[in-house]
Write a protein that binds this ligand. Structure first.
Ligand code: C5P
Length: 226
């Protein structure tokens, strides 16, 4: 099989983070947030990496950079264009710096026969209610609910087909797998860790810093002195 290609979307502004620059380039754990995801893919053996970038920013060494689009899905489409020969692609948000090689491998393994997309997800721990304004309409069955993350692994032709739709359809999609679902494709969830959360607010950034510091301490302890 041709090797899978990671498509990391890093072109968002990250307004809710309140940073002066794009979120993917905010320093977290001593380096731009984006770099942690690049490391996780490489640790899982995924060497071909395309990054959708904000204007004026360069891709990390060894990655292919493309200009991102106005909406997230437009950035995914731009990155996919640079992976024209890929059979399998992994779409990932640079805003999830706590990605691990184990999660990457589990998602790749999840793309079994007859599956169009395998997506990282964590079981929901809160009770989720649907409301009309502030009026509760119903309580959903939590045992069937998953909080969806990235990576989302796709058969590249299936992703290419759904991303060929109108810009307005793409702009309304909050993840890429929903486009596959709407087209009648088969999507599987792959159990992941809640630690692979998306950095959106300043509180998330503080939490990500703490987890990264903990991982670095654990790595240093394993490596031992010297
Ligand atoms: O804004 P949000 O946190 O949902 O963005 C998720 C990911 O999509 C981030 O990594 C962000 O950089 C990326 N993105 C992008 N192009 C956009 C909007 C978001 O690459 N136009």
């Amino acid at each position: 099989m041709r090797e899978p290609v990671a498509l990391i979307v890093a072109a968002g502004r990250g307004e809710r983070l309140g940073s002066s620059g794009p979120k993917a380039f905010v320093v977290c754990g001593g380096r731009p947030m984006l770099d942690w995801s690049v490391d996780a893919f490489r640790a899982a053996g995924v060497e071909r990496i395309v990054v959708a970038l904000p204007q004026g920013y360069a891709a990390p060494d060894g990655c292919i950079g493309v200009n991102g689009g106005a909406e997230r899905s437009h950035s995914v489409r731009a990155a996919l264009t640079a992976a024209a020969d890929a059979a399998v692609v992994l779409v990932h948000d640079a805003a999830r710096p706590l990605l691990t090689a184990d999660i990457v491998r589990a998602c790749l393994d999840g793309l079994g026969d007859g599956v169009d997309a395998a997506i990282a997800a964590a079981p929901v721990t809160d009770t989720i209610k649907e409301a009309d304004g502030h009026d509760v309409v119903r309580t959903l069955d939590r045992s069937r609910l998953w909080a969806i993350q990235t990576p989302q692994v796709f058969r590249a032709p299936a992703l290419r087909d759904v991303l060929a739709q109108d810009d307005a359809v793409l702009a309304a999609a909050t993840d890429d797998a929903s486009l596959i679902e709407a087209a009648g494709g088969t999507v599987r969830v792959v159990p992941s860790s809640r630690e692979n959360f998306k950095v959106t607010t300043p509180e998330d950034l503080r939490l990500a810093e703490l987890v990264l510091a903990e991982r670095l301490r654990a790595d240093a302890a394993t490596a031992g002195p010297g």
